[in-house]
Design a protein around this ligand. Structure first.
Ligand SMILES: [Cu+2]
Length: 130
């Protein structure tokens, strides 16, 4: 009785593997792109800043015209807001990012872009655009 569903699963996995290896991605969910920066579980608690994992990685380098995507992998809200805590500079602001949701921003200028979380002052990161 249980052999048929297992066989169907195996065929489904095989079809998926073949489809991916051919370069066409059959999964077209909103979060199919790999995030550049992850907000990990427990970033909402102070302490992550001591070893720089509130945003992981806390510093990334990209180039002009590239889009950076942050994924909130925590169970609470976070923001990705440019500038420093209480001194946002207005370049970008995600607003509250729900758990498992992403925020993306395309950098069109060279520079070092510091950002923080509006809800958790200890959360800081930098995007270096070259
Ligand atoms: Cu936060």
């Amino acid at each position: 009785m249980k052999k048929i569903p297992i066989a169907i699963c195996l065929v489904a996995v095989l079809v998926l593997v073949v489809a991916v290896s051919l370069g066409s991605n059959p999964i077209t969910t909103g979060v199919s792109e790999k995030p550049d920066v992850v907000i990990p579980m427990s970033a909402s608690r102070p302490g992550c800043e001591k070893t720089n994992w509130c945003y992981t990685p806390s510093e990334i380098t990209t180039s002009v015209g590239k889009t950076v995507t942050w994924l909130n992998d925590d169970s609470g809200f976070h923001t990705v807001t440019s500038g420093y805590y209480d001194k946002s500079d207005g370049t970008f602001d995600s607003g509250h990012i729900d758990p498992e949701k992403t925020f993306s921003y395309t950098f069109d200028k060279v520079g070092d872009f510091h950002y923080f979380c509006n809800l958790h002052p200890w959360m800081e990161g930098t995007v270096i655009v070259k």
